[in-house]
Write a protein that binds this ligand. Structure first.
Ligand code: ACO
Length: 350
């Protein structure tokens, strides 16, 4: 649904019964505008490396097929002692250190993950304990779209009052739910984590201050049979073609809703940070929206699809490379199992 208005939410609910909501939702809506500063960011990957040559050696696949169909050349994989919590903690710690903020000054940890280390307690609880943050901690599961959901929830918590600093992390050990013998999925997924620290800010005069400017979140449960872990299975199963078709449409429509909602066009946006699911989905969406390659963050070649970690990892890499300045507009977008999807437009600024 489009978060901005009840009217668009109602339109989305009506359309969901008959067709994928992304295809029929009217674009646009009032902006959200949650003033907040982005104080720090970080990323972490595990030590293991799985190259296309490694996969070629044990599966009926080839480097040429994987590279052409996905853009992926290698992924990072967790080994002994590396968990979703340890990756998320490392990314979160890096974000706090960059910000110069003590763990005791963090009011809430939101961990977007599909691969909780244990069903109970939340993996976020382990991260909170390891970091030593003071407030509550909770997992958010919206598959690959989870980090964008987490950002919206963080902004909502800040907006509602009472919380000053929220640490949003996307962390996954997605290889734990990937069947190493299934060539349809084994080629795609890798592990990692990325984090962003948000702090409440006063509304800026002229509304040019940093913060979330527009958000679009959506869901279409009719896609459940096409992507997920079936009951009794331990591994993710995927109808790649159907997911590809729906994901391409959902991501583009959601991005358009956010740009329309904020009243800007792709030309106004300094960087598009899409979920790194497949290079062809990224390229198709960027082309439809009008982003040239030099304004799109891509690291799928080195990390594969890291699910909820992919957007914050790509954002952190772009920031480390100096690709964003204060005042720049950044568009984040992701689609994952559910389907669930989300996009948000940020005005960058610490
Ligand atoms: N190596 C070699 N051949 C393969 C492989 C492989 N790894 N996988 C499939 N093939 C074969 C198929 O068997 C098929 O052969 P056939 O023509 O003889 O029947 C042929 O290649 C084409 O298969 P397709 O499934 O049509 O290949 P496609 O071009 O669709 O690419 C892919 C497959 C990469 C999985 C693509 O569909 C994709 O990326 N889909 C989207 C995945 C995605 O975005 N997931 C995101 C969500 S993940 C989450 O939420 C946790």
């Amino acid at each position: 649904m489009t978060v901005a208005t009840a009217a668009t939410a109602a339109a989305s609910r009506t359309s969901a019964a008959s067709a994928p909501a992304a295809a029929t939702r009217p674009p646009g809506g009032p902006p959200v505008r949650v003033p907040c500063r982005f104080l720090g960011w970080g990323a972490a990957v595990p030590g293991g490396r799985l190259t296309n040559a490694d996969l070629e050696a044990r599966l009926d696949t080839s480097d040429a097929w994987i590279t052409e169909r996905t853009g992926i050349r290698e992924r990072r994989t967790s080994g002994s002692g590396e968990t979703t919590a340890s990756l998320a903690t490392a990314a979160g710690r890096a974000a706090l250190e960059r910000a110069g903020v003590a763990p005791s000054e963090v009011d809430l940890v939101l961990l977007a993950t599909t691969t909780a280390d244990t069903p109970c307690p939340s993996t976020a609880a382990h991260v909170q304990h390891a970091l030593g943050t003071r407030g509550p901690a909770v997992d958010v599961n919206a598959a690959c779209a989870g980090f964008v959901y987490g950002l919206h929830l963080a902004a909502a918590a800040i907006h509602a009052g009472g919380l000053s600093r929220v640490l949003v992390i996307g962390g996954e050990r997605i290889t734990a739910i990937t069947d190493p013998d299934d060539r349809a999925t084994a080629i795609l997924f890798g592990d990692g984590a990325g984090a962003l620290l948000l702090e409440v800010a006063q509304p800026a005069a002229g509304e040019a201050g940093p913060g979330l400017l527009a958000v679009d979140l959506g869901g279409d449960g009719s896609a459940i049979p096409h992507l997920g872990i079936p009951a009794g299975d331990r591994y993710l199963r995927m109808d790649g073609q159907e997911v590809f078709r729906r994901a391409t449409r959902a991501m583009a429509t959601s991005c358009e809703a956010v740009l329309d909602g904020a009243g800007v066009s792709a030309e106004d946006v300094a960087l598009f940070v899409p979920h790194q699911a497949n290079r062809r989905i990224i390229d198709a969406t960027a082309a439809r929206l009008g982003f040239p390659a030099d304004r799109v963050a891509v690291n799928i070649d080195r990390y594969g699809n890291t699910s909820a970690a992919s957007v914050p990892m790509a954002l952190a890499e772009a920031l480390d490379a100096g690709r964003l300045s204060s005042g720049d507009l950044v568009l984040l977008s992701a689609v994952g199992a559910g389907l669930s999807w989300g996009s948000t437009l940020l005005r960058w600024g610490a």
